[in-house]
Design a binder for this molecule. Structure first.
Ligand code: ZN
Length: 278
């Protein structure tokens, strides 16, 4: 009899374990990330990406990616590429003489290629408000804009600073004061990293791959910037940028994150391969 009871207890605990394991599996959300081409930027005067003369006389080709994050609780658009008016054959040489910019395709076409529509998005978040990150943002007037409060106030406080590409993002705004767990389960986290602009932010995404993804926004524009802690001439605050770099690197290390620079052509190719492992 003792033996029978013993076996009974064992079998109950095995069933219990299986149930617990099953529950664990159900809990893990299915998250996907798509990296899309929001245009390309030829930097004709690379010296603007330094506080000194390091890059004088140099040019560099930048990628300009934006990202779709699909989560069971909603979809998030991270950054919004270059303006759609640039979807023409010839690049546009903007008046300052620093950049030649173009965009390969419209948002609607690009979303359709991955099975999405504009209405499918619950959230939009921008690393910051510069023109190369806000191109198609106005389409997302029905999504909630996740923006640092100081970035929002900066834009709202002086009409001359308002970027027309985000003028429709007024009905649903969630202002943030620091880091924000977008879906409340730790898988997609906006990290406050000010300095490039007053409310610049980066994005952490745990896709369940070997390493979580960390999108750097414009904390770094290219690999050398990261290696040498280079700060562009046009940043809002140099000291804050350097502090954010320290914070970013410590966080990346803590999470063993796979870091991607959003303007790096090599990282654009690398992230597409990395997320396709799923
Ligand atoms: Zn940028």
């Amino acid at each position: 009899m003792k033996k029978i009871i013993f076996l009974f207890v064992i079998s109950i605990s095995i069933v219990g374990c299986q149930k617990a394991e099953k529950k664990e599996e159900v809990k893990k959300p299915e998250i996907k990330l798509f990296a899309l081409e929001g245009g390309s930027i030829l930097v004709k005067k690379l010296e603007v990406f330094s506080q000194d003369t390091t890059y004088t006389g140099q040019t560099k080709q930048f990628a300009n990616a934006y990202y779709v994050i699909s989560h069971p609780k909603g979809n998030l658009m991270w950054d919004a590429g270059l303006p759609e008016q640039l979807v023409v054959d010839e690049p546009f040489h903007e008046p300052s003489g620093v950049f030649a910019i173009k965009r390969p395709d419209s948002l609607v076409n690009q979303l359709a290629s991955i099975g999405f529509k504009i209405e499918d998005f619950k959230y939009i978040a921008l690393s910051h408000h510069h023109f190369d990150h806000t191109g198609h943002a106005n389409y997302f007037k029905d999504a909630t804009w996740l923006v640092q409060e100081n970035e929002y106030n900066f834009l709202a406080g002086d009409s001359t600073k308002v970027n027309p590409a985000i003028k429709n993002l007024t009905t649903k705004v969630k202002t943030l004061n620091g880091d924000h767990d977008v879906f409340g389960d730790g898988t997609v986290i906006i990290k406050s990293m000010p300095g490039h602009t007053i409310g610049h932010q980066v994005l952490y995404i745990d896709l369940g791959l070997e390493q979580p993804v960390l999108l750097a926004g414009d904390l770094y524009h290219f690999e050398e910037n990261r290696a040498t802690r280079g700060v562009p001439s046009f940043n809002y605050n140099v000291e804050q940028t350097l502090e954010s770099m320290d914070k970013f690197e410590a966080f990346a290390k803590e999470k063993n994150a796979n870091v991607f620079l959003q303007h790096s052509p090599a990282d654009f190719e690398r992230i597409k391969k990395y997320v396709n492992q799923k």
